[in-house]
Design a protein around this ligand. Structure first.
Ligand SMILES: Nc1ncnc2c1ncn2[C@@H]1O[C@H](COP(=O)(O)OP(=O)(O)OP(=O)(O)O)[C@@H](O)[C@H]1O
Ligand SMILES: [Mg+2]
Length: 364
């Protein structure tokens, strides 16, 4: 069923993403890192779940939400431990016996325990053993991190990743992230000081649905829950929800709760989506109020040139600003995906645009 507010796990509940699934399974044959990118509610977690289970490879999933920005080694090891304990039972005993001799690993009946004290488990050593097991069994072992950018200050993960890249050919890392620029900053692909600098990775983007895809998604979804589709409401939803699968699903779920569809439900979802998107934008505004000035301005003008943005920032600060400062602000906004550069600058997410118009971001 499509209209379920939780992330999908089964292929049969996932609409389309055929091309992306094929790209994923192809990348599994050669790539050591697969990055699943998309703004909020574009279906990253669902896609990751389904791609992992369709791969039929042994895998673990670490949900990085709920970790503090600067987690301790102990917190990470605990996440790792619970991920290993959720591994498909088909693999559990084989993996268990492969890693049982690693320092800090103990197997107690049906569960794996990792010593999270300071001199506890050696994660690099752990993945070396997992890798040897995978190699001997002609498999690739997948290690997935959902929302990895949430843990900023942590250096141990990039180091562990670099170790896996260099020594564990049969381990493949999968990460998802919504704050694109931060994801890349965290992983440090563009930072020569990072242990991951210059490594190859495969990028899979969660694109928004085209008009016809949204239509098929909604019609099929309403059929599944036994609500007769009303053409005008469906058209209104497609127009306003911008092909973002999470909003289309929320709209469907709400209609399912009321057992009818209406334009008011679309309006509610637009407001809710706008609030969530605005809350995401607020995170970058904390770094500098200049981002707020630019985003508020773009929400009003829809599209502006580099020089217009420079002027509005100068007016706001009542002084001249050097060109590189303006470029830096715009580049960062483009990198996070909040702004798009396409013959001028604009906000590609229409719900965000509306969210900002309704409640402008704080400019000081
Ligand atoms: N391809 C799809 N087919 C059907 N439903 C989907 C699909 N992708 C996502 N969904 C639904 O959309 C909603 C959002 O999906 P999901 O949680 O996977 O997105 P996300 O990008 O991980 O969101 P967040 O940014 O909050 O982490 C969920 O209700 C999920 O069931
Ligand atoms: Mg998610």
């Amino acid at each position: 069923m499509y209209f379920d507010p939780l992330p999908k796990r089964n292929r049969s509940d996932l609409f389309d993403r055929e091309g992306e699934l094929a790209q994923f399974s192809n990348a599994l044959t050669y790539s050591s890192l697969i990055v699943i990118l998309g703004l909020r509610r574009t279906g990253k977690t669902s896609f990751m779940n389904v791609a992992l289970s369709e791969s039929e490879s042994p895998h673990i999933i670490l949900d990085m939400r709920g970790l503090s920005y600067n987690p301790s080694q102990a917190e990470l090891v605990r996440k790792m431990e619970s991920a290993f304990n959720r591994i498909n039972r088909k693999w559990f005993s084989m993996i268990g016996s492969a890693i049982k001799r690693v320092k800090g690993v103990s197997i107690l009946g049906n569960s794996i325990s990792l010593d999270w004290s300071k001199d506890g488990v050696d994660l690099a050593g752990l993945f070396d053993e997992v890798n040897s097991w995978a190699e001997a069994n002609d498999k690739r072992f997948l290690v997935a991190f959902d929302e990895i950018q949430l843990i900023r200050g942590e250096k141990n993960i990039p180091r562990l990743f670099a170790h896996i890249f260099d020594y564990c050919q049969n381990v493949c890392l999968v990460v998802t992230g919504s704050e694109m620029g931060l994801l890349f900053n965290f992983l440090g692909f563009e930072n020569p000081g990072s242990p991951l600098y210059g490594r190859h990775y495969t990028e899979i983007k969660m694109r928004n649905f085209e008009h016809d895809e949204s239509e098929e998604f909604l019609s099929t979804g309403f059929n599944q829950v036994g609500i007769a589709p009303q053409r005008d409401v469906i058209e209104y939803a497609i127009e306003n929800l911008d092909g973002v699968v999470g909003w289309l699903t929320l709209f469907g779920t709400r209609c399912r709760d009321r057992n009818e569809m209406s334009k008011e439900v679309v309006d509610d979802v637009v407001v809710e989506g706008g609030k969530l998107a605005r809350a995401e934008a607020l995170k970058i505004v904390q770094y500098s109020a200049r981002y707020a000035v630019v985003l508020n301005y773009l929400a009003k003008t829809k599209k502006s040139t580099w020089s217009q943005i420079k002027s509005i920032l100068e007016v706001h600060e009542n002084r001249r600003l050097p060109n590189p400062t303006i470029s830096d602000i715009l580049n960062k906004l483009v990198k996070t995906g909040l702004v798009e550069k396409d013959g001028g600058y604009s906000i590609p997410d229409r719900l965000l645009e509306r969210g900002i118009l309704e409640n402008p971001l704080p400019e000081d």
